[in-house]
Design a protein around this ligand. Structure first.
Ligand SMILES: [Ca+2]
Ligand SMILES: [Ca+2]
Length: 242
């Protein structure tokens, strides 16, 4: 009987240590849940930031192309070197070595890649890139054959087809070219989404749609068009076209 208070003390201590273990476990569960809640928006936010950064770089690229045309009377040719060197490739007759390649970033004074480290794809219509036969106001209309289709099947109308497009292959980078340190580059895997395939097949058709997922394949490309009308307007304003 004399040991009863001591036993009770042990029981209370055991109960207390049991409680604290339970509490600790609960605290850990709550903490991990909170971390999960906190981390998910951070990841999303970080991803959004990269898209915003890429869209900003695309916008600057569009402006730099206009600036280049104001200075030289033509758009730069794509960089078609492998690995790319950031400078355009022009053939002996002063036309482009290829109508599609990478944005000649060094020539335009731009950051080399999108926010994920992949070079920007660039296609320009040959009317606007010939280095000797400069395009005129009248030649700009109906000149381009670059077609861009958007959401709901919308397609750029023939007179308003872009003089050029600049494209980021998005977060997945599929169909793009990754910049590797030391001036090297490696080709990313081919896209799986049909619209992403369209943006990577090197022809005149491109797709500019909202981000989407279809049957496990993702479309996350970003694209800017350079309207010939904007180009003409800017060049006239700069008194580089009559
Ligand atoms: Ca993509
Ligand atoms: Ca295409």
């Amino acid at each position: 009987m004399s040991r009863a208070p001591h036993n009770r003390q042990i029981d209370i201590r055991a109960a207390m240590s049991g409680f604290s273990l339970l509490e600790m476990a609960l605290a850990l569960v709550i903490l991990s849940l909170m971390m999960g809640w906190l981390m998910t928006p951070l990841r999303v936010q970080h991803g959004l930031q990269k898209y915003q950064q890429t869209e900003q770089r695309l916008y600057v690229a569009q402006q730099a192309l206009i600036g280049h045309a104001i200075i030289y009377h033509y758009l730069p040719c794509p960089d078609t070197d492998q690995p790319p060197d950031g400078w355009e490739n022009v053939s002996a007759n002063q036309s482009c070595a290829g109508d599609e390649g990478l944005l000649p970033w060094l020539q335009l004074g731009l950051v080399a890649t999108d926010a994920w480290g992949r070079f920007f794809r660039y296609r320009a219509d040959s009317t606007f890139t010939h280095h000797a036969q400069w395009f005129s106001v009248s030649a700009a209309e109906n000149a381009s054959n670059i077609q861009v289709s958007g959401d709901n099947g919308f397609v750029t109308s023939a007179p308003s087809r872009p003089a050029a497009i600049v494209l980021s292959h998005g977060e997945n980078g599929l169909g793009g070219i990754q910049s590797v340190s030391g001036g090297q580059a490696h080709a990313m895997a081919a896209p799986t989404h049909s619209d992403e395939l369209e943006n990577a097949d090197g022809d005149l058709a491109f797709v500019d749609k909202a981000q989407q997922q279809a049957a496990g394949a993702v479309f996350d490309d970003r694209l800017v068009m350079l309207s010939p009308k904007v180009l003409i307007q800017q060049m006239v304003q700069a008194q580089r076209l009559p």
